[in-house]
Every structure is written in structure tokens, then in C-alpha cells.
Write a protein that binds this ligand. Structure first.
Ligand code: BTN
Length: 245
């Protein structure tokens, strides 16, 4: 692996419940180097955000977890999420794909989800001391059970070399992780530029009401900032969801 540390220590598993679970348990039991990468060929019980399940197909989906020690302040937590989302986008751009980040951190191609991120942090004295970054991507799947999901293969009508994709992803993760420490502004700007439906009038559902606004950015706390009838409003996750109906 042509990287400094991400993926230098790599654990490949034929079968695993969840790569995040595996790496969490292992890192609790033994001291692992930063950048340790767990790759699951067949993930049987993948976890998604907010207690959802994450489905994958043996050999066709990319399911990985990376161990990082970001040592960033808890109040800058979302910046770390931005860095990871951006790394996935930049990886896909190597294949002439134009991905978007659907707030807060789903990776979309056109109007469909191609990848998801599950970041699980350990906090010590207001600092993120350890992070398990789980990434699931639909790669060579021929069909998916969900209407709003796609795979790289479906989108590009070609087969993807999983090893090559993984190397590129590790390189982009590392590049952005280092950039996070040296040029935070560029992460913020580029995340906003990649936002799904940025600067476009968009309809959302908030509890029982419909909200129409223009996406401007995502702030440092991870809130979606909308312009609604000339005024700026910020929404936390859970207050608002995209209306796909
Ligand atoms: C989401 O969009 O809900 C997040 C999905 C994250 C899935 C990945 S697959 C590898 C890692 N292991 C897990 O159990 N989950 C993450």
C-alpha cells in the first residue's frame, strides 16, 4: 500500500459481523498502530447510522474500518466527518464520477446513495482520542434492494477492481486527514462545494411541516444552513430530512 500509515497494517477477514465491531474490540484489547485497516470480504451484520443496518454483498461491496487518533477537540468533531466524506468523493473522482455529499455524510451519485460512513469516537477530556471510521460502499453490486441506492458498477456499467479502489481510498483518506491538520479551510470549502443540492431550491420535511429552502453550507457543528425566504436558518440532524417523494 503506497501510503504513510493508513492501510500499512491491514487485517483482511473472509467473514465478520461488522468491521467496526471487530476493530473496536481489537483496539480495546491490544495497542494497534494508527491507520490499522480492517477489510471485510463478507460482512454479515453491518451497522449503519442511527441504529440502522447496513447491507452488503460478499465480494461486491466494500466494507472497511480504519483506526485513527485524530486528537481534535470535540467541538470540531464534524470537521473530521467532513474530511472523511470528502476523501470518499475524491476517490470516486479518480473514476470520472461526480459524487455529492448528502448532508450530513451520505455519498450520493445523482440522486442515489452509493456509500455510507459510520464514525465511532472515543472521547477523553473533550478530545477525540480514538476514532473507528467505518465505510461501506456499493461497488460491483448488480442490483440493490433500495430505490435510492446505486453501485459504482450500475452507474458506470463496468466492473471495478476492489484492491485498486481500496488503495485510492486509503491514499485520499490519508491526504485529507493530514490536510485537516494543516489546511482546515480547504476541507470546509470543498465539503460545501460537494454538498448535494447546494445552492438549489430544495424541499424538506420537518416533523409534519414542509420546509423549502436553498442549501448554503453545513456549519462547524454539522448543522445544515438554509436560506428560506431571504433569511438564514440552521437545522440539526433530526430536525429536517430531505423530501424524496
Ligand atoms: C450509513 O450510511 O448508515 C453508514 C453505513 C456504514 C457501513 C460501514 S460498512 C463497514 C463498517 N462496519 C459497519 O458495521 N458499518 C460500517
Amino acid at each position: 500500500m503506497d501510503t504513510l500509515f493508513i492501510g500499512q497494517n491491514i487485517i483482511k477477514l473472509k467473514s465478520v459481523d461488522s468491521t467496526n465491531n471487530f476493530l473496536t474490540n481489537l483496539s480495546n484489547k491490544s495497542s494497534l498502530v494508527e491507520g490499522t485497516l480492517v477489510v471485510g470480504y463478507n460482512q454479515l451484520d453491518g451497522r449503519g447510522q442511527h441504529g440502522n443496518k447496513w447491507q452488503s454483498e460478499a465480494g461486491k461491496s466494500l466494507t472497511i474500518s480504519v483506526l485513527l487518533f485524530p486528537k481534535i477537540d470535540l467541538d470540531r468533531q464534524f470537521l473530521f466527518n467532513k474530511c472523511i466524506s470528502l476523501s470518499i468523493c475524491e476517490t470516486l473522482k479518480h473514476f470520472d464520477i461526480s459524487p455529492r455529499i448528502k448532508w450530513p455524510n451520505d455519498i450520493f451519485i445523482d440522486d442515489k446513495k452509493v456509500a455510507g460512513i459510520l464514525i465511532e469516537n472515543s472521547i477523553q477530556q473533550q478530545i477525540i482520542s480514538k476514532s473507528i471510521v467505518g465505510i461501506g460502499m456499493n461497488v460491483n453490486n448488480d442490483s440493490l434492494d433500495f430505490t435510492f441506492a446505486t453501485s459504482l458498477k450500475i452507474h458506470k456499467s463496468m466492473h471495478f477492481d476492489m484492491d485498486h479502489l481500496l488503495v485510492l481510498l486509503c491514499k485520499e483518506l490519508e491526504r485529507h486527514y493530514l490536510l485537516l491538520k494543516s489546511d482546515t479551510k480547504s476541507i470546509i470549502e470543498r465539503y460545501d462545494n460537494h454538498l448535494y443540492r447546494v445552492n438549489l431550491p430544495t424541499t424538506f420535511l420537518a416533523n409534519d411541516s414542509v420546509v423549502k429552502g436553498v442549501i448554503k453550507k453545513v456549519d462547524d457543528l454539522g448543522r445544515l444552513v438554509l436560506e428560506i425566504e431571504g433569511e438564514i436558518h440552521s437545522f440539526s440532524w433530526g430536525e429536517l430530512r430531505f423530501d424524496f417523494s
